[in-house]
Design a protein around this ligand. Structure first.
Ligand code: ATP
Ligand code: MG
Length: 335
């Protein structure tokens, strides 16, 4: 009886459930296992971060969810992507197009890849309202100015007439946010949304994105290299290494009791007060080549705690305790 009550409550909260996701690239240099059995879920209104070094499969995970992986050479071979009760892998292309930009929208590192350079910004945001909500031109334009205003762009009526190149990087990213949130999506996928901006503008844009999403109860899947951004922005974190999630927990536990040696190494590489700001790739050794993965744990060649078992077969993702999963035979902090 008690389970019957609990079950619908938790399933109502989860809007995206990714399980066993595999996306490989079939190239002349072999099969690149970019995403190799990824599981995580995103709950309504929360911020989940995918974090990990360059090449760990974060962007390919995001692109797989919205089915925008370049194919060929890429192919999503396995897994479920349940979004609001539907498996996105099974949808017709037309239905998927309706979901993109409406229920799920995306922001990328470089707004110029999403904004059309030859169209005015206000026009481009209006098109979202025209396509997804079938508003007429006048109403769509009013709505796009309202959205630009909500991102605190000064003189939004004037700015709506700008072409993307007439805006600064920070302003373009705000315009992207306006466009992405135009239809009040359930999920915003933000892939390194502010990496190209300087640090002060970065913080402003991230805070704005978070505030607007909180107002609309939009969940964010935030992809980042930056553990500082994770600490500021996120509720939960999935740490990725070589195409797999190696640790999955809430942000507080991740910082206070990291269980995976890779997470520990990431945290150690965080800049300290007074030190020069580093990127995360200061961990010793190189990430593995995804077409030549070691037989055992992919992190074992770089891991200071590695033992014989680690070199034999890859560890499974195991539950340390409720809400804390780790892919390691010998987790730190009492595993
Ligand atoms: N079109 C493609 N063809 C072949 N390999 C690809 C393609 N796109 C991505 N890959 C490979 O998939 C792997 C994962 O790439 P992905 O872009 O997801 O990494 P990432 O974690 O987002 O890294 P970054 O932090 O640098 O953005 C990489 O090894 C990459 O080279
Ligand atoms: Mg990427």
């Amino acid at each position: 009886m008690a389970e019957e009550i609990r079950e619908p409550k938790s399933s109502k909260k989860t809007i995206l459930n990714v399980s066993g996701l595999k996306t490989y690239f079939f190239t002349g240099e072999g099969v690149i296992k970019a995403v190799d059995g990824v599981d995580f879920e995103v709950k309504k209104g929360e911020v989940l971060s995918l974090v990990g070094e360059s090449g760990s499969g974060k962007s390919v995970t995001a692109l797989s969810i919205v089915r925008l992986v370049a194919s060929p050479p890429g192919q999503t071979l396995d897994g479920k992507i349940e979004f609001m009760g539907r498996d996105l892998r099974c949808l017709e292309d037309g239905d998927m197009r309706k979901i993109r930009g409406r229920a799920i929208s995306m922001i990328f590192q470089d707004p110029m890849t999403c904004l059309n350079p030859v169209l005015r910004v206000g026009y481009q945001i209006s098109e979202v309202f025209r396509f997804h909500k079938q508003f007429n031109w006048a109403k769509s334009m009013n709505e796009s100015i309202r959205m630009l205003k909500s991102t605190e762009i000064p003189s939004p009526e004037e700015r709506a007439k700008n072409y993307p190149h007439e805006m600064s990087g920070g302003m373009r990213q705000r315009a992207m946010i306006a466009m992405a949130l135009a239809c009040e999506p359930e999920l915003l996928i933000a892939d390194e949304p502010t990496t190209a901006l300087d640090v002060t503008v970065q913080a402003q844009v991230l805070n704005l994105m978070k505030a607007l999403c909180r107002e609309q109860e939009t969940a964010i899947l935030l992809i980042t290299h930056d553990m500082g951004v994770v600490a500021d922005m996120c509720d939960r974190v999935a740490v990725m290494y070589a195409g797999r999630v190696v640790e999955y927990t809430d942000v507080f536990t991740l910082f206070s009791e990291p269980a995976h040696p890779y997470t520990e190494a990431l945290l150690r590489s965080l800049p300290r007060l007074g030190a020069k700001r580093n990127r995360l790739d200061s961990i010793e050794g190189l990430p593995p080549q995804l077409n030549r993965l070691p037989q055992g744990c992919a992190f074992s060649p770089r891991c200071e705690y590695s033992k014989a078992l680690c070199k034999q077969k890859p560890p499974p993702l195991t539950r340390l305790c409720e809400g804390h999963d780790v892919r390691c035979y010998y987790p730190i902090n009492g595993g």
